[in-house]
Structures are given as C-alpha cells and as structure tokens.
Design a protein around this ligand. Structure first.
Ligand code: 4AD
Ligand code: MG
Length: 464
C-alpha cells in the first residue's frame, strides 16, 4: 500500500506544465515511486463515457478543477455514476498523463469516497447565473468560479494591505467597534442596545471610522493603521454604499497633506500590483467575463501620476465643461458622484486627488488652511468608482480645533480626551480612509458593492 498524500488542486495546477517526473514529485512533495494521492473537493461536473466517468473536482484553492477518471472497476461505481454537481468527494488515486485536451495530468481514481451527495435541488448548475440570483443564495455563491475568484482576490488584497504597512514600519492598531463618537459627524450611526438593562452608562454606537482612536496611537507610536469593519446607517441604496464595510485607515504623525497624498497614491498602486502578480487566473476571469477593459484600466492607474487639483479648481473645470449636471457645481458644496466621475473618467482620464475643500462641508477634525475658508482635506477619485479615499491633515492646534467643534455643534465634553491630545505634545499629523469594498470593485470590475462582500449588509432585510 502506497502512501497517500493529500494535496490541493492549486498544487496540482502547478505541475500541469511539467513533464519531468522528478520536478513533479518535488512540487507535490512525493517520495514514493507511484504513491497514492488524495484530493478532497466538490464535483463541478461529471461526464460519463463507456466504462468510466470523468469528474471535474474543485476544492476552492484555485479557479481550476482537477480531472478525475473513475473506471467501472472501482467499488462504488454505481454511486459515483449517480453523483450530481455539488457533491462532496474524497478521491484517492494516482497521477496519470492525460490523453485529453486541457490538462497534461489527471487522477485515475482507485477509490472515491462520497462524503455528501447533493440532490437535484442544488441551485448551481453549469450555466452562467446572474449576480442578482446569486445574491439570493449568498451561502452557496462562493462555490461558483466567479465568487471563488472574488473572495480569493479579497483575501490576497487584505494580505497586501498588511504587507504594505508592515514593510514601512506601521503599527497595526485594532480600534474599537463599539464607540461613543460620531467621527464623521454625519449622524449615520447604528445605536447599540447594549443589553437589557444596558451595561453601558452612555449611548453606544457601531463605529463609523477608527480614525479618532488611531490618531491617539499615531501621537504615541508615529505611523499606525487600522483595518476593520465600519458601519454607516445611511439609507442610500446605491451600488457603492453598504451599511457594513471595511476601511483601511493609516494615521501618520509628523505628516502633512502632501505626504498623506503621496502615501495614498503609492498604496493604491502597490496593492493593485500585488493582486495582479498573485491572482493571475482569478483576475483574468474578471477581465474576460466582467470588464473587458479591466487590465488596461488597472495598468493606467499603476502608470499614471494622479492629477492633483483644489476643490475650487475642480468646480471651475466642472463649470467650464458645459454639461447639464443634475447638481450645479458650487464652491460651497461637496462634489456629487456625477461631478467626481466627470473629473476622473472624462476630464483627466486617470485618478484625481481633489484637495482643500470648503471647511463648512467637512468634519470638525480637519486642519484649517491659512485662507480660513478651506481645510486640508483630500479625496481620491477613481474611474467608475468615484470616491475611493477620503483623508486629511488633522487640526493639531487646540484653539482652532475647539472653535471648529463649536462651529460644527460637537460636544467638547464628550471629546475631552481628543482635545487633551492637543494639549500634550500635539504634532502635525495626517491620515486617510480607503473603502476596501470600493477598492475591490475597482480591482475586479464589479459594478455592485454587494458582489465583493461575503455576506453584504445593505438597506433591506439582513439574511445569512
Ligand atoms: O470619506 P470617509 O467618510 O472618511 C472617513 O471616514 C475618515 N474618517 C477616514 C480617515 O481619514 N481616516 O470614508 C472613507 C472611505 C470613502 O472614501 C469610501 O471609499 C468608503 O470609506 N466608504 C464607504 N464604502 C462603502 N459603503 C459606504 N457606506 C461607505 N462610506 C464610506
Ligand atoms: Mg468621504
């Protein structure tokens, strides 16, 4: 009896271009002459021929399947012949050169253990299902090629985020999810009941941003970042808003707005590069079936120098464009999605950083510019996505911060600790927040935020 080596399809795919047995054994880590191999997974398709069946088995480790040949002679061939798409199997067999097209190697099964069969109610069949349909079966959609690829990309991108900051010496801070503060001042808070009777003495909410906590750590540890879930109760049912999403928020001490923009630009480019380098076949699926322009779009982002314009100049460009916008661009108000998309998709045709926004439309914590009218804010706008990043230099001067809190109607008492940080060793510091789901939409070409989140939470019913 030979040794059985359990391995993933991903490892198997690595040998598909190899002919030398020695190399193959190295890759698969085999040391026996003709060792048994074991592979666990779910049947994607089965085709029957005279005297044997072909099974395409996928284990989620990569996009590709492994082809398994089951001959009539195996013990439970009757049951194998009846296997339906979606059944879980454990295949023991040996490596054999494949006479068929599409793969060099396949597995000849000695034995197929049926871990769990499905029946004909399994909703995923070998045809293309719509995204809308798959959202209704979010518990099964990761079994499809597209969503398997999506969530492997999401995982790899998360890793790239941590790697980017880790390589630069940033300290990862897990900021709280339960909080008393409304960082953005937009009132889009989810209240938390907190037990019955409530265990907290004050009103508690789910965080809308880890920034204020991160600032305290930047003012102690220098360069820090958070990467975690954030919640917004805005009732905007758009393809780019979710009630629960993940945000990446670096916060850097001794850093001004220019440096902040430079870090953000490098960050976007490097994470894209990492994903392109590490998820080739998954990305190619999106480039083929979801967005034909995906690769040129991503290359354009990697290669371009992001445009930088002030809010005031952006408004002038929009006015000069002679376009019938639904909202008239104005020096006193924020840019609307239609304006953002015009700037990045039509005018500049590349990512655009808009900075120095009117102070009254921005949160209290942003640093007031010498003109007294604007704050050192920046938004990064991307083609198809609109706003991907919102950031700013923070107001480090106590008296200005206090005045801005009064102007914004923010209680100084509840933020005593935040103000205190400006009393003791306050230094210039800056940061930004990048919406991870919007980033994934950019990277995959997905047009709806619901399709880049494992179990999306958007207005309506929460299921799964
Ligand atoms: O511009 P926002 O509101 O900025 C902040 O929260 C700052 N405190 C960040 C900071 O400076 N540390 O949000 C940042 C980003 C947006 O640009 C967008 O990409 C994403 O978070 N975002 C959302 N993504 C999905 N669904 C929503 N409802 C989102 N709201 C914001
Ligand atoms: Mg914003």
């Amino acid at each position: 009896m030979s040794i059985q080596v359990s391995f993933s399809v991903k490892r198997f795919i690595k040998i598909q271009n190899e002919t030398r047995m020695k190399k193959i054994k190295d890759i698969l880590n085999l040391d026996q002459e003709q060792p048994g191999l074991k592979i666990n997974g779910w049947v994607r398709t089965k085709r029957d021929a005279k005297g044997f069946s072909f099974l395409e088995v996928n284990d989620g480790s990569c996009l590709q399947n492994i082809q398994v040949i089951a001959e009539q002679t195996i013990d439970n061939y009757d049951a194998v012949e009846k296997l339906l798409t979606g059944s879980a199997v454990s295949v023991t067999g040996r490596l054999a050169e494949s006479p068929g097209k599409g793969q060099k190697w396949e597995i000849h099964a000695d034995r197929i253990d049926i871990l769990s069969p499905t029946d004909d109610t399994y909703p995923l069949q070998k045809k293309r299902h719509t995204d809308e349909f798959l959202r209704q079966i979010a518990h099964l959609r990761p079994r499809t090629n597209k969503y398997g690829a999506m969530f492997r990309i999401r995982s790899e991108a998360s890793f790239a985020v941590h790697q980017f900051f880790h390589e630069r010496g940033f300290v990862y801070i897990q900021t709280p999810i339960l909080t008393a503060s409304d960082c953005e001042g937009a009132g889009e808070l989810f209240a938390v009941a907190g037990g019955n009777p409530p265990i907290f003495d004050n009103d508690v909410y789910l965080t809308v941003s880890g920034q204020l906590s991160a600032e305290m750590f930047a003012l102690s540890l220098g360069d820090v970042y958070t990467f975690g879930p954030t919640f917004r109760a805005e009732n905007s049912n758009t393809p780019r808003h979710a009630a629960e999403f993940w945000m990446i928020e670096p916060e850097m001490a001794f850093c001004d707005l220019d440096q902040d923009m430079a870090v953000a630009e490098t960050f976007i480019k490097q994470v894209i590069t990492h994903v392109l380098d590490h998820c080739e076949s998954d990305i190619n699926l999106f480039a083929r079936f979801v967005d034909k322009d995906l690769l040129p779009t991503l290359e354009n982002i990697q290669e371009s120098l992001f445009a930088r314009i002030t809010h005031s100049d952006a408004v002038e460009i929009l006015r000069a464009a002679n376009i019938d916008f639904t909202y008239t661009p104005s020096h006193d108000s924020d840019l609307q999605t239609e304006h953002e998309r015009f700037l990045t998709e039509i005018h500049f045709k590349k990512p655009v950083i808009v900075y120095n926004y009117p102070r009254y439309i921005k949160p209290f914590y942003m640093r007031r510019n010498p003109d007294n009218e604007t704050v050192a804010a920046m938004d990064i706008l991307l083609p198809r996505i609109g706003e991907l990043i919102g950031g700013s230099q923070r107001e480090e001067r106590l008296h200005v911060l206090e005045q801005q809190m009064i102007d914004a109607g923010v209680s100084k008492d509840s933020y005593w600790w935040y103000l205190d940080s400006r009393r003791h060793g306050s230094v210039p510091h800056s940061g930004f927040g990048l919406g991870f789901e919007r980033f994934l939409m950019l990277i995959t070409g997905a047009t709806n935020i619901r399709d880049v989140i494992p179990f999306p939470r958007t207005p309506g019913k929460v299921e799964f």
